[in-house]
Design a protein around this ligand. Structure first.
Ligand SMILES: [Cu+2]
Length: 340
């Protein structure tokens, strides 16, 4: 892949920009706790890489914010989630946790939250539910695509470094939440006109952002460029094994592909795989598909001369997802892997 060199060229100044962290931080507890969180359903516009302004909605941290995806929640089995959702918009919404496809069992649901109203759900997590879950709005089939989604990580009780009891261990963890956007849908929702039945995504995001390659406006800005977003970027030293909880909020299936290392593929759609395969390309299915995999941060095994530092891409191996606006190549869903 020639892209490796291309990305490498654009990473000067990287260290000074890495002020925040997107990692999920976790300390285990011997006793269960109540985890309280309030989300505000808000709306606004987001500027896409080609300059087009698109209407989006989010489960936000305050009524003045617009967070796509939502700030994630991490907890452990036995904890009680107490989640309040305040609807600041003029149409009915809801908030549900889990369920792999429309119609699947959900962990919890607020039911309808009328315009201007709020609902609180209280849900105690049973043993055996450790895993990665998308929370989202399923009041309509398309609200999830508008940005109303986020990640919930449930740890096995008392564990710091396993995804499920007996899983391979990791040191760090984060979410990659993929989405794709058909601006015609978002515009119809904003205008209250007929919802299109055939959707054609034109923008592809990871944790709400598209990549901005070197030379493009916004390149290396961690609030705009998915390559530099600390919520998405894999950054570590040799041995910093990182669990990536991949969730697909969008309408398209994707082929997640890493350079430098293969990933240890632990789960598919919430089910632990019978054996752990090392793969450099893993399908992340549409219809709320999900995959958990560990990036091992091993010295890239096929490099000669041997290397232990460097910059590599993670990009989706379907070409449309690497474009914006119907053809702007390298403005899609990708991020950077940094061996420090
Ligand atoms: Cu590649």
């Amino acid at each position: 892949m020639e892209r490796r060199g291309f990305l490498k060229a654009g990473t000067a100044g990287f260290v000074s920009l890495m002020t925040g962290t997107g990692l999920l931080s976790w300390s285990p507890r011997s006793e269960a706790a109540t985890i309280s969180k309030t989300y505000y359903i808000t709306a606004g516009t987001q500027t896409m890489p080609d300059g087009v302004s698109v209407y989006v909605k989010g489960f936000s941290d305050s009524s003045a914010d617009l967070n796509v995806p939502a700030t994630p929640i991490i907890c452990q089995e036995g904890d009680t989630l107490q989640i309040t959702v305040i609807n600041r918009l003029a149409v009915t919404h809801n908030f549900v946790i889990g369920g792999l496809k429309t119609g699947d069992a959900l962990l919890a649901s607020t039911g309808d939250i009328p315009a201007g109203g709020s609902k609180t759900i209280t849900y105690t997590i049973p043993t055996g539910k450790a895993g990665s879950y998308l929370f989202y709005d399923n009041k309509t089939s398309y609200n999830v695509f508008l940005g109303l989604h986020g990640g919930l990580a449930i740890m096995p009780a008392g564990k710091t470094d396993q995804m499920y009891s007996g899983s391979p261990t990791f040191k760090k963890q984060l979410f990659w939440i993929f989405n794709d956007i058909d601006p015609a849908l978002n515009s119809a929702v904003q205008q209250g006109t007929t919802i299109p039945t055939n959707l054609t995504p034109r923008y592809f995001t990871i944790n709400g952002l598209s990549s901005r390659p070197p030379g493009a406006p916004g390149h290396s800005d961690p609030t705009i460029d998915a390559l530099f977003d600390p919520r998405s970027q894999l950054s570590g030293y040799l041995g910093d094994r990182t669990l990536v909880r991949m969730l697909n909020a969008g309408m398209c299936s994707h082929a997640m592909h890493t350079h430098a290392n293969h990933m240890e593929w632990l789960t598919d759609r919430g089910t632990v795989r019978p054996s752990i395969w090392k793969k450099d390309t893993i399908q992340v299915r549409n219809q709320l598909g999900k995959v958990d995999a560990i990036f091992p941060f091993e010295a890239p095994p096929d490099a000669y001369p041997p290397v232990s530092k460097g910059h590599y891409p993670m990009h989706l191996h379907d070409e449309m997802s690497q474009t914006a606006g119907g053809g702007m190549y390298q403005f899609g869903a990708m991020t950077e892997i940094v061996f420090k």
